[in-house]
Every structure is written in C-alpha cells, then in structure tokens.
Design a protein around this ligand. Structure first.
Ligand code: ZN
Length: 121
C-alpha cells in the first residue's frame, strides 16, 4: 500500500484523512493533487468521520494470498455521510448480495495490508 502513515492512523481511529481546498473549501480525497472545483493546489488536512453508505461493491471469493481465512469478503465503495466523497475498503464475511444491500450503513474500523477495513453499522 502507498497510503501515508497519517491516513492509516486516521483509518485506525475510524476516520478518513482528506484534503480541504484552501481557496474554495472543496473536500477532496487525500490522493488528489489539485482541486477539481477551482484548480488550486493549496490544501489543508481535514478529518472526516468514516461513516457512510454502500454505493457499490464486488464480492471477492478468491482472496489474495494470506487472506484466505477472511474470504469471502466484499471490496466496497462507500460514500461518506458528511462530505459525499467516496472511499473504498474491505468488508469481511460477505458472500451474497443479500448480505450487503446497496445503501447499507457502514463505517471505517481500521486499516491493514488490503487497505481500509469496514464494518456494517
Ligand atoms: Zn478549490
């Protein structure tokens, strides 16, 4: 993973470290390099609550090496409640679409080698 230590620490506390445009206040993912609204490259850090809803996901029945005991799980895209920005992470023990309807509330609970770890609320 190429995530920054600050991002990982925030995720372990249940939060998402994002960027806030110094010029127009747009909230952006920590991975962007310029503001999509105004083009500014000046940002401040902002901490977002890692709670939101499932937008889409893919069920992974064949996990990467080392994570066999956690399968099946879902690779989930969630939209954060506060900002509407989208982040993706893993949710364990999802084997069928009935386990995870679109719109299910989820929260960030940690970070490991796969990335952000999510749980159903
Ligand atoms: Zn801006």
């Amino acid at each position: 993973m190429s995530a920054k230590p600050e991002f990982i620490d925030a995720a372990k506390s249940g939060n998402i470290l994002a960027r806030k445009c110094a010029k127009c206040g747009e909230i952006l993912l920590a991975t962007v390099y310029y503001c999509k609204s105004c083009g500014s490259k000046e940002f401040g850090d902002t901490i977002l609550k890692g709670a939101g809803k499932v937008v889409t996901y893919t069920i992974m029945t064949v996990p990467p090496a080392g994570f066999e005991d956690l399968a099946p799980y879902a690779w989930v895209v969630m939209e954060l409640d506060d900002s509407g920005i989208r982040v993706s992470g893993f949710l364990a023990k999802i084997s069928t679409p009935e386990d995870l309807p679109i719109g299910t509330p989820v929260k960030v609970t940690g970070f490991d080698e796969r990335g952000i770890v999510l749980e159903k609320l």
